[in-house]
Design a binder for this molecule. Structure first.
Ligand code: ADP
Length: 257
């Protein structure tokens, strides 16, 4: 088995010598400056770091929302740089899920309709496998008795759980959650992160959690800390004390606590 095949088999996504530069000459900003990363499947990986450290740029390159300046990105065994824009759009739609800070639910649709919307837009029929996955996702996110509610009839935490269900129901290889608790109070954040972690455990999914909140990262299995577009620290399965110590030991990381 060559190196590439091995990576594909054991990682959900990987980057090699990834760079992203905005502008040129003396004013160029190196948002990513040589990032090598392997994301383990079936786990939550948190991407942390101070504002401007490259978290969003890394997520956008991993998710095919932005093209790197150089280097490679492989997701679910597919090299994204080999895809033209149309194929990249289809790849995103069919293989990736997204959860944002603003829940982005459609107000006139029920929770059930919001969850099923991406599948309908993609023209996928609600076959037996899809319906079974819908039931599993709704169950693990504790939404079974909320499916006929509209977003305005749900709490913030429940709305974000609907958004997570929507991201999971299509069997995405990776779900990207970008500051998913940014609009929630601490009780609702705890609720959402617990459900998110539980879904990863029970459904065997892979989640990339972009966050600047230590409390959110404490729900991750692995933590990547960025500084100035580079990976500063990689912690596998840290406990909270280890995470706090690693972040406190690093003066470049201004993590909100
Ligand atoms: P983070 O998500 O950690 O706050 P970003 O990935 O948004 O960091 O940004 C990393 C660096 O790239 C910052 O210096 C930011 O100002 C710069 N940057 C991000 N997007 C652009 C852009 N579209 N044009 C110019 N500079 C950008």
């Amino acid at each position: 088995m060559d190196d590439t095949t091995q990576r594909t088999a054991t990682t959900a996504a990987s980057t090699r010598d990834l760079t992203k530069t905005y502008g040129s000459g003396p004013t160029a900003v190196h948002a990513l400056d040589g990032v090598d990363l392997d994301l383990a499947p079936g786990r939550v990986t948190a991407v942390m770091g101070p504002s401007g450290s490259g978290k969003s740029t890394l997520m956008h390159c991993l998710a095919g929302l932005d093209r790197p300046t150089s280097g490679s990105v492989s997701v679910a065994g597919v090299d994204l740089q080999d895809l033209d824009d149309d194929r990249l759009t289809r790849f995103r739609r069919d293989h990736l899920g997204f959860v944002f800070q603003a829940f982005n639910l459609l107000p006139m649709l029920t929770a059930r309709q919001n969850i099923m919307l991406p599948l309908e837009l993609a023209g996928r029929r609600a076959d037996v496998g899809t319906l079974r996955r819908f039931d599993q996702v709704v169950e693990v996110l504790g939404l079974s008795d909320r499916l006929s509610h509209r977003p305005s009839e749900l709490s913030g935490g429940q709305q974000q759980r609907v958004a997570i269900a929507r991201a999971l129901v299509g069997d995405a290889a990776i779900v990207f959650a970008d500051e998913p608790t940014g609009n929630l109070d601490s009780a609702a954040s705890t609720e959402v992160l617990s459900y998110l972690r539980q879904s990863v455990r029970e459904l065997g999914r892979t989640v990339v959690l972009v966050t600047h909140e230590l409390d959110a990262a404490a729900y991750a299995d692995d933590v990547v800390v960025l500084a100035d577009g580079r990976i500063r620290t990689y912690l596998s399965a840290p406990d909270r004390a280890e995470l706090v110590a690693a972040l406190q030991a690093d003066p470049t990381v201004g993590v909100a606590r």
